[in-house]
Ligand binder design. Structure first.
Ligand SMILES: NC(=O)c1ccc[n+]([C@@H]2O[C@H](COP(=O)([O-])OP(=O)(O)OC[C@H]3O[C@@H](n4cnc5c(N)ncnc54)[C@H](OP(=O)(O)O)[C@@H]3O)[C@@H](O)[C@H]2O)c1
Length: 298
């Protein structure tokens, strides 16, 4: 294992003694999670230092980058990283999850510590992962989303049949290092995928449409883009504040007979709600389809 470049030990926190974390897959999600964990000084990850986090990836330059940028420990050997790890996060493409589990199963079984396996892979079920590991290994499934790349992810966490509540809670706390996280039952994961997993794409599509419409109305593209992005950020901040529902917030800016009322009417007449119902139903169905044992697609 390469020695970390400059690990920074952060203040003690509430990880309940779980400190050694292996992240298998140093791509977008692996990097976002690892960097968030070492930067977080307040939540469940507060006691995690960069040297506690080992990232596994087959590509040496990628490992060099992760070690030099964040001071993380790195290796190309998954079994080495999984040895006596408290938590192993699998962050490879869904079709590679079974290969990784096969690689580390006997190591996990032989560990003196009770290692919790966490997967962020879309559509790979808890039952599939549990079947690839020795009986009793706790497994937790997480559905993150891409804003995690900027520390603003929204994750849903579901524990398998051998995962104790406090282990699920620890994983939820770790995901809060890169945004917000809720605990759900696995049966809700397809609906979660439809709301938050794929949700950022709907917002980007709305932004795209607003920018195009702004250009049609005579604004330059950069001005329309800045106005649309700022509006989405501001409106999101009001929603996240949580003291008013989305319907109330919309009602408050919709004066009778006014400009916003005219715009909202246009969206309603064009079936915006029906479009969302249909789109999200299709998303949840596709997610369920990908989770069936015969499917190995992403
Ligand atoms: N990106 C998202 O928005 C998002 C959202 C929700 C869930 N997820 C899930 O997160 C997971 C990772 O997605 P991603 O976007 O981070 O993918 P990614 O950027 O392709 O990262 C995966 C990394 O794992 C490496 N890898 C491949 N085989 C490996 C092995 N056997 N051992 C260790 N590392 C290995 C890959 O290396 P090479 O490239 O060299 O093969 C790559 O660096 C996926 O399962 C996806 O479903 C992603």
């Amino acid at each position: 294992m390469s020695s970390p470049g400059g690990s920074e030990v952060v203040s003690p926190g509430t990880l309940g003694g779980m400190t050694k974390i292996a992240i298998i897959g140093g791509g977008n999600i692996g990097e976002a999670l690892a960097s968030g964990l070492v930067a977080d000084t307040s939540g469940a990850a507060a006691e995690v230092s960069a040297s506690d986090v080992t990232v596994v990836d087959p590509y040496a330059p990628r490992l060099d980058y992760l070690r030099e940028t964040y001071g993380l420990a790195t290796t190309d050997d998954a079994t080495e990283a999984a040895t006596e790890a408290d938590i192993v996060v699998i962050a490879v493409k869904p079709y590679l999850v079974s290969t990784v589990l096969e690689q580390i199963a006997s190591t996990i079984d032989a560990n003196d510590t009770e290692t919790v396996i966490v997967s962020v892979a879309a559509g790979v079920t808890l039952a599939t992962m549990e079947a690839a590991l020795a009986a009793g290994v706790p497994v937790v499934r997480v559905m993150p989303n891409t804003p995690m790349l900027v520390g603003k992810g929204t994750s849903a966490v579901a524990g398998g049949r051998f995962a104790r509540d406090e282990q699920v809670e620890t994983v939820r706390g770790l995901m809060e290092a890169v945004g917000t996280a809720v605990t759900v039952g696995e049966k809700d994961m397809d609906a979660v995928t439809a709301v938050s997993g794929s949700g950022p794409a709907y917002v980007f599509l709305v932004a795209e449409a607003m920018i195009e419409a702004g250009v049609q109305l005579g604004l330059t593209r950069p001005v329309a883009a800045q106005l649309a992005a700022g509006t989405l950020e501001g409106a999101s901040a009001m929603l996240v504040k949580g003291d008013k529902s989305a319907a109330e917030l919309r009602g408050n800016v919709t004066s009778p007979g006014g400009t916003t009322a005219a715009a909202v009417r246009g969206l309603e007449e064009n079936g915006i709600r029906k479009a969302f119902y249909q789109a999200m139903e299709a998303c949840a169905e596709r997610s369920a389809e990908l989770g069936r044992p015969s499917s190995d697609e992403d």
